[in-house]
Design a protein around this ligand. Structure first.
Ligand code: KG4
Ligand code: ZN
Length: 353
């Protein structure tokens, strides 16, 4: 296992990431180049612009990953790359790079599903985590409850019917006029610490639906209305959210975060009950994806799983947000069971997709 050395490449959204991981789970290097500054300037991900940003840095990001690991391509065993879900223009930059490296150095390629990687990276950090387990994957684009029976064998228990929780955090940050350079989630989490979480009465989404699905569009609207109504009192437009004083903004952030997470808690509780009926041997709830780096989310979900004597497994923040390590690791898991493609021909034409 120690002999296996896999390069992982991730370009599905706005981060260009690469990492090199050994079969035993040792992380040899990890590089992330973020487009957050670009996004803050343009207020969101524009696919064409994101593609160009990936193309500009991909060679350097992969080279940095090799340099930091003090390795050359010749010492790699395989290349793992995200093939979806994500923006196709962006995915293509990563896949083309992976095929160039694999073609030139005669390496097998492992195709990785981005959401599977968010879940499986938990097995890199927690060696006791065996299948089957339950996973809550929460990011800017996804909100999934998945029962992982075995490698490559998953049952989706719930998903969002509109927005993901990360999107609600990002919009809340934007409307509150917070610094979005890092992404909105951490800014809201930080401000919420100063606020009174009971002060603004937001209603919990989908109370009447006794399933494991999620909805965050309505809560987003509730936040927007709460900010707008306070601004009307102050006779300023919504675009000037930052004119609200700091403590009012903190109250909104804290109240939003409380209800957003209550929705997760309620769904997770039901999912644990469902999962235990299907797979009575589950012992863990994995929580991963960007929003899982939120400390309040972790603490509240820890309370939920304790009721069922399960353990919460949360990767460290830099492995919760998009990264190359999770891709390399998922590559390793698949490689071990023979799920990979033979090396592509060298000098593969770039327009194969
Ligand atoms: O997994 P990720 O890096 O990319 C996607 O696949 O979407 O997740 C990014 C999302 C963003 O919406 C970001 O605001 C959110 O994760 N996020 C957080 C925190 N850190 C990142 N949300 C709440 N609290 C945080 N500390
Ligand atoms: Zn992600």
């Amino acid at each position: 296992d120690d002999d296996l050395v896999v390069l992982g490449i991730e370009t599905s959204c706005d981060d260009t990431a690469a990492a090199i991981v050994r079969g035993n789970g040792e992380i040899l290097s990890q590089v992330v180049s973020s487009q957050a500054d670009l996004l803050a300037r343009y207020g969101g991900v524009a696919p064409k612009m994101a593609e160009e940003a990936h193309s500009l840095v991909i060679d350097q990001v992969v080279q940095d990953a090799l340099d930091k690991a003090s390795l050359t391509e010749r010492e790699l065993s395989a290349v793992a790359v995200t093939i979806g879900p994500g923006l196709s223009l962006c995915l293509r930059v990563g896949v083309q790079k992976a095929r160039r490296v694999a073609g030139s150095f005669n390496l097998p390629i492992i195709s990785v599903h981005h959401m599977e990687a968010h879940a499986l990276v938990a097995r890199l950090i927690e060696k006791e985590l065996q299948f089957p387990f339950l996973a809550l994957l929460i990011s800017g684009g996804h909100n999934l409850l998945v029962l992982a029976h075995d490698l490559g064998h998953y049952t989706q228990l719930g998903t969002t019917i509109d927005d993901a929780i990360g999107e609600a955090f990002d919009k809340t940050a934007k409307w509150l006029g917070l610094d979005m350079r890092k992404s909105g989630g951490p800014a809201v989490e930080q401000l919420a610490e100063e606020g009174d979480a009971e002060s603004v009465r937001f209603s919990i989404p989908m109370k009447q639906h006794k399933d494991c699905n999620f909805s965050y569009a309505g809560l987003k609207t509730q936040v927007k209305v709460a900010i707008a109504s306070r601004n009307i009192d102050a006779k300023v437009p919504l675009s000037c959210a930052s004119s609200l004083d700091r403590s009012s903004r903190a109250d909104i952030a804290a109240s939003f975060q409380r209800v957003a997470v209550l929705h997760l808690e309620e769904r997770c509780e039901r999912a644990v009950e469902w999962a235990l009926k299907i797979e009575p041997s589950i012992k863990h709830l994995v929580v991963s994806g960007g929003v899982a780096s939120n400390q309040y989310v972790r603490a509240r979900l820890d309370q939920v799983v304790q009721k069922y004597s399960l353990r919460l497994v949360c990767p460290p923040p830099n492995l919760c947000t998009d990264n190359g390590v999770m891709i390399a690791w998922t590559g390793i898991e698949n490689f071990r069971v023979g799920r990979y493609d033979p090396p592509p021909p060298a000098n593969d034409p770039d327009d194969f997709m």
